[in-house]
Design a protein around this ligand. Structure first.
Ligand SMILES: Cc1cc2nc3c(=O)[nH]c(=O)nc-3n(C[C@H](O)[C@H](O)[C@H](O)COP(=O)(O)OP(=O)(O)OC[C@H]3O[C@@H](n4cnc5c(N)ncnc54)[C@H](O)[C@@H]3O)c2cc1C
Length: 319
């Protein structure tokens, strides 16, 4: 029997999607060994968060009141205290900016091995087996953890979100913090890359690549995004050219997205791009090159000039 403790994530008053994905991952691991799934949520709007996180398969939610926003020292201390109390075999942390900030420190304090950026995890008998990608997502590796107690950081967008409601036990608690060990404070919040669009939340993404040729042509794909009520995203060269903000970039060094529909327009499908969008439910690609790698993963492919196809689509959707 291995209990699992998953640590939810929130930002600026909203739970991040990865919190629900952690529940699915944690539930699978706990079920495999007949263990319990504990969930911790630290700070923020605890009443609302515990209600939203009350999903089937969650046994206990630890709602720890402490501040509004993430703080490295506070999260590390609180998580360490919870682990010492619950003694879970696996601690699940999001492989997010915040998670990468405190996850390794937590593992270090607990003296546990850490497996980061995990895309799959299961128990192979007693041993925990995890999947990671290497060499720019070209290779998938299996890492078997040679320890009974581990910290595992999971990549967002790899597990489906838990959405079936449940009735976990809620344990409310005030954090007992050693203030002398808190050496950082969050004084302000600034979104890097400008804008408050989160492409990871979009259900439909119209994504544009170098095939668009010139910045002024972006207007065309923006029109298509408007006609579809979709969000605009891009491959890296578009962002590197300064044509769109960094928060629109899909891929290994951008965001991982899992929309219902992903329309790749003039995007070749390089591994670093595909790493960020392969989890999309339906992929539609428009590209003049029939051998473009994007067609290997597309559900529907249009081998045509985007400057012919996109206006035709806009006309059709505006009808
Ligand atoms: C460490 C590292 C990290 C990276 N991270 C990312 C990342 O996060 N995201 C990312 O996207 N890339 C990333 N890259 C870059 C990546 O390797 C590719 O260079 C990039 O994805 C290519 O973008 P693209 O498909 O838009 O351009 P291209 O590869 O140039 O493809 C353009 C495509 O448009 C098609 N085309 C041209 N004209 C038309 C037309 N008129 N109509 C239809 N199709 C047309 C072409 O056939 C071609 O397939 C990274 C690279 C490195 C080394």
């Amino acid at each position: 029997m291995t209990d699992v403790l998953a640590i939810a994530e929130h930002r600026r008053g909203t739970l991040r999607d990865v919190s629900y994905e952690l529940i699915t991952a944690g539930r699978e691991l706990a079920e495999e060994t007949d263990g319990e799934l504990h969930l911790a949520v630290i700070g923020g709007h605890l009443e609302e968060f515990t209600r939203l996180l009350s999903k089937e398969g969650v046994d206990v939610i630890h709602a720890v009141s402490n501040g509004e926003e993430f703080n490295h020292d506070v999260y590390t201390q609180i998580a360490e205290g919870l682990v010492e109390e619950i003694d879970p075999g696996v601690v699940l942390v999001p492989n997010s900016v915040n998670g990468l900030d405190y996850g390794p420190a937590l593992a270090n304090r607990l003296g546990r091995p850490l497996v980061s950026d995990v895309t799959d995890a299961s128990f192979d008998g007693e041993a925990l087996s995890t999947t990671r990608e290497m060499y720019g997502s070209k290779v998938e590796t299996t890492v078997e953890v040679d320890a009974e107690r581990t910290v595992v950081m999971i990549r967002g967008g790899e597990w489906p979100s838990a959405d079936d409601s449940g009735d976990p036990e809620i344990r409310e608690r005030d954090a007992s913090i050693d203030e002398s060990a808190v050496r950082s404070t969050v004084r302000a919040f600034e979104e890097v890359g400008g804008g408050d669009v989160d492409i990871a939340d979009a259900e439909v993404l119209v994504s544009v690549g170098r095939g668009i040729d010139e910045e002024e042509n972006l207007e065309l794909v923006e029109e298509l995004a408007d006609a579809l009520d979709a969000t605009l995203s891009a491959s890296r060269p578009i962002v590197d050219s300064g044509w769109l903000e960094k928060n629109r970039q899909v891929g290994q060094s951008g965001k991982t997205v899992t929309p219902k529909i992903y329309i790749a327009i003039g995007i070749s499908g390089a591994v670093q791009h595909v790493a960020g969008m392969k989890g999309s439910e339906t992929i539609i690609a428009i590209n003049t090159d029939p051998n473009a790698p994007i067609f290997d993963i597309a559900d529907y492919g249009i081998v045509e000039d985007l400057f012919d196809v996109v206006p035709a689509l806009i006309e059709e959707f505006e009808r």
